[in-house]
Ligand binder design. Sequence first.
Ligand SMILES: [Zn+2]
Length: 806
Amino acid sequence: MKKLFSFFILFLFVFVCYGQEDNGNIRISRNHNGIIRSVEILDHEEIPHVPKSAKEFFEKFLQIGPDDDFIIEPHVSKRTEFRHEHYNQYFRKIKVECGGYNFHFKNDKLYFASGNYIKIDSLNTQPSISPERAEELFAKHKNIPLNSIIESHSELLVRELSTTKIKEAYPYLIFKVYILSDQLNNTEYGIIDAHTGEVLLQEPFVINYSATGTFATRYNSTKQSMTQYYNSDFHLVDSTRGAKIYTRNLDGSTNYNDVIELSDDDNNWTSAEHSSSENDMGLDVHWGFQQIYDYLLNNHGFNSFNDNGYPIVGYIHYGLDIEDKDNAGYDLNNNLMYFGDGADWFRPVASLDAVAHEFGHGISDFQCGWIYSGILATFHEGLSDIWGSIMDYRVSSQQPWKIGEQIDLSYGCIRNIQNTNDSNARFKIADTYNTPTYNGGDQYVKSGVLSHWFYLLVCGGTGTNGIGNTYNVYGVGMDMAEDLIVEAIFNNYLDNVSTYEEVRTAFKNAAYALSSQQNSILVNQVENAWYAVGVGTKPSQMSLTGPWLLCSSGHYYTLHDPPFGTLTWQTSSNIQRLSTQGSNPCNFKSISSGWGWIQASIDGIPGPKKIVWSGKFESTVVTGTAGVCPNSIYTYTAQVPGGDSSYTYSWTYPSNWYYYSQYKNTITLQTPSNPYYGTVRVAITNSCGTSEYSGITVYPGYGCGGYYSMYPNPASDEITITINEPETIVTENEDISGVVVSKVIPSDQLSFTIRIYNSLGTLVSTATRTGTSFKIPLINLRDGTYIVELSDGKNSYRELLIVKHD
Ligand SMILES: [Zn+2]
């Protein structure tokens, strides 16, 4: 009480001098012990002794004791002229629960201080029991078996308490004990006297709290997702984000008032519990909402549809009618989303692209102000499919360009914005504005103009569109294209558009804003992609020129009409750049033979690519007949990279063959009466040099005279087979270049298998023989026509045999 007395003296001094506790310049309030709870300083000019710091306030105003400490919590103010400090109270280094003080400075002048200083005159701060003992005592008090405890911890604190015995609040040394048991859903802290072990108080920690649930989702495997605990269960509610997220169950109703909460008792939402009811689709929706919300916030700084935390609300099990069940939607009136169970066409409509599609309608609604009517409905659907693609690409491992590939029961997807005419998509969509397909379609068909434009902008492509215009788009990649979508939507470029031409202009200007150049590659390819889908005029297009044959002496390649940006060249590994990077034109040379390429990129976006042949030709494939007959004419062709013109061909062939003629890359030859094993080869000279010789192996063919003879035919008891060829060439292998690897074996060293098939193709007799002449008995065969097949293990030869018993 002595200290308290001197404290009053100080204040008497201050306020005797400066008037009342509330004199218009300063306003002070106190608790019943007379301790200051708050000070407001209203006029600094009139109050000269205002503390300049928290330290000064603690010493002079609060007159804290030698065992008291106030420790600041780190805090950064966003507005530099203001400083806010929060201090926690400690008594002999032990935290005082609920004790602390807060100070607010403007331009370094204190204008408001408030807090709760718990004045402790005496307290034994050496606990008499251990924390483990405190946990045991609390478990005993709660009837929790010790072996059921999964986790427990306790904190030594000072706490001011009033109990039933002592009404006036009094500081205690306590253990605050937390126990997690698998038997009891224990939801209270124990406040244990650290000296006596008495349970002074229990207080709940689970009135309503957020927790991370484990979801066995329907389409996205096992995921962690935020839930909320209340009414003894975990629910699909997330209040940890800047926008609240709710996923609810309509259980077949279409009236949002008929809502049933989706809940789980232990926050482990297993398939066994939630799959048969298809409530697990809610897990996909709830997780999907959180992923989409986080992606937009973390990557683009947007806080829900309205960028101001608008609640994200979804309903599953919407409706009982087939058209409701086979659908998902965004309610423009109530700003919420619903997801049907699926019926004839779909599984439960809750894949991530479906969730993102509906979420996208919300973005279009809030940000672009698009109503769902006329051409705006087609913009709505196109942009929603774009969000479906973006989120598939960013969040799940699903195919980004297919919409609904996980939910369609009989097609590969609902829509495919890459291949708009995909025969395996349930709905074919327009890829070009103002075609018969477009004009005859609904808003989904028409939406392909916008969604396919986005695909082309990301991935690029060449082709002829629905109105016969050829296009060539260099894809700028997902990062840049997505930034463009966000820029256009969230910065009002897409407000009040009413034609595709206006949407094109909006995106072109958003691209200009992103790249700061009217002639950037992004602006250029935005226009190019719109031209590809039939909107707007053809923009100028860069192109790459230079020779297709590149020698070691070097050649220049030129990028024409490059857009604004940094040019970089890339090549295949067999080509070397001689000029400095970014030069235009740029000199390259061949460093080894083979196909290669040169490509120009602008700001990292791959542009025109030229396929070239680097250096001399390599071993050339020659095509033509390998197994040849005597006295016949054959043509052999050198397969030349890049065509047949303007090269010199030098051929070789077996010495006893006759040259007939040569034209471009072909040679015509005639075999002698006894063609033998050899090669037909060619060496080709291009402007970089002469290739090695390479070609095709030739050998006597079998179709010429008959490999074996068989007599008599017709036969009755037996036939005699004679091998006509003294040597047999056995084909061992044939590689991809067409070169046949063979070996020559004397025929009398071979073993032959003779199989006889009847007219139905059934095997009726098998025999094995060696030598060049042998007999096969026929007594078991009925009269009729047979096929005799002779095989050396590699080659087979067939002859017709008639059996006619006398
Ligand atoms: Zn839609």
